[in-house]
Ligand binder design. Structure first.
Ligand SMILES: [Zn+2]
Length: 140
């Protein structure tokens, strides 16, 4: 079992890393940021079409903010800081658009199916759908 000990705790350090507060923040950021690919891949395989679920943008936002704070307060490296300084802008914008699109869906009064925005008829039962009323849908 010496080989296992040397693999996991080389030099008595877990994974050979000198652990402290900012290392934990940085590694949690890495894990969260990386996990978004698994979430997106799973969603795509499940629907058999390329989809980007809102969880992808939440994980992107959380992971990049953790990595940005690591870069800003611990590493203090301009290259690393720039890499994460502006990524939150498209993440937040995509979350807003995701939310508006979801809110613009129409509820079928006949069967209760949630139909895509701007649909005239329910794709499940064929009943006519009510006209859109949501003010945010009109703002788009
Ligand atoms: Zn229906």
């Amino acid at each position: 079992m010496d080989w296992l000990h040397n693999l996991v705790l080389p030099g008595g350090k877990f994974l050979g890393i000198e652990w402290h507060f900012w290392k934990i923040i940085g590694w949690v950021g890495n894990v969260v940021f990386f996990s978004r690919f698994m979430v997106q891949w799973y969603a795509t395989e499940k629907l058999k079409q390329v989809v980007v679920p809102s969880a992808f943008w939440w994980l992107s936002l959380t992971g990049s903010l953790l990595l940005l704070s690591y870069a800003l307060f611990y590493q203090k490296d301009s290259v690393f800081i720039f890499a994460y300084a502006f990524t939150w802008i498209p993440y937040i914008r995509n979350l807003i658009i995701h939310k508006r699109h979801k809110r613009a869906h129409l509820n079928c009064t006949e069967c209760g199916t949630l139909c895509p925005p701007k649909s005239n008829y329910c794709f499940e039962c064929g009943s006519p759908l009510p006209a859109e009323e949501s003010p945010t849908a009109k703002a788009n």
